[in-house]
Design a protein around this ligand. Structure first.
Ligand SMILES: O=C(CO)COP(=O)(O)O
Length: 234
């Protein structure tokens, strides 16, 4: 399974290096695919089996895009994995579906592994299932759902950072619908914690998790990796 951590705007460079060292010993004993997306200031060529990904980058090699990093800043560290379409980039930073699709196309052309995020806000969730699926499917516009290096992450916006998660039946239902759009590995994200990760990973069509706040502690994230390991062994 794919066990991914999105550290968002957390952990200094020094703290991230300590985090990666602590996590590396846990990952050595695991057959799970572990991906960590550190803060941009902590990108580095870490000596580890953990895949390091970029939470964001501008769809150019380099250029006049103040405040952004481009392909060459990722290549410097051997980074070939990127998160695209996260709800915080959509709803807080205002990235349009058109620009997200442009980013997707650019990093696909560079052969990147892409974790592509989709998810609905609460108001959409509370409407009909048809409306919710229509909203989610709009987030696939301009995206090559057959791209061989694609991973999808379903992250209901109302579950991110709230401690609330859909019922396991709802996760199963939505994941089965999303699998009709793409056979790519499909992760669940949104308030994944040590105490619910095993249940979530056992849901059909859940191929892993994308964890935010609970992954900020290496020991907590390690126990989630171990939970996935135990499930695969049994
Ligand atoms: O946004 C997320 C991962 O990308 C989920 O965040 P939380 O795990 O903090 O809800």
């Amino acid at each position: 399974m794919i066990i991914a951590a999105n550290l968002k705007t957390n952990l200094t460079r020094k703290a991230t290096h300590k985090y990666m060292q602590e996590l590396d010993s846990c990952v050595q004993k695991s057959s799970q695919e572990v991906i960590v997306f550190p803060a941009i200031s902590s990108l580095d060529a870490y000596k580890t089996d953990i895949t390091v990904g970029a939470q964001n980058a501008y769809p150019v090699e380099k250029g006049a895009f103040t405040g952004e990093i481009g392909l060459e800043h990722l290549t410097e560290f051997g980074i070939k994995t990127i998160l695209i379409g996260h709800s915080e980039r959509r709803h807080i930073l205002g990235e349009s579906q058109e620009f997200i699709a442009e980013k997707f196309h650019y990093f696909k052309e560079q052969g990147f592994r892409i974790i592509y995020c989709v998810g609905e806000p609460l108001a959409v969730r509370e409407s009909s299932k048809e409306e919710m699926l229509a909203y989610l499917y709009q987030q696939y516009e301009g995206i090559d759902t057959q791209y061989e290096n694609l991973i999808i992450a379903y992250e209901p916006v109302w579950a991110i950072g709230t401690g609330k998660i859909p019922t396991l039946e709802d996760i199963a239902d939505i994941h089965s619908e999303l699998k009709k759009k793409s056979s790519a590995p499909l992760l669940y994200g949104g308030s994944v914690k040590v105490n619910n990760v095993k249940d979530i990973l056992q849901v059909e069509n859940v191929d892993g998790v994308l964890v935010g706040s609970a992954a900020l502690y290496a020991d907590h994230f390690c126990s989630m990796i171990q939970a996935a390991e135990e499930l695969e062994k049994n």
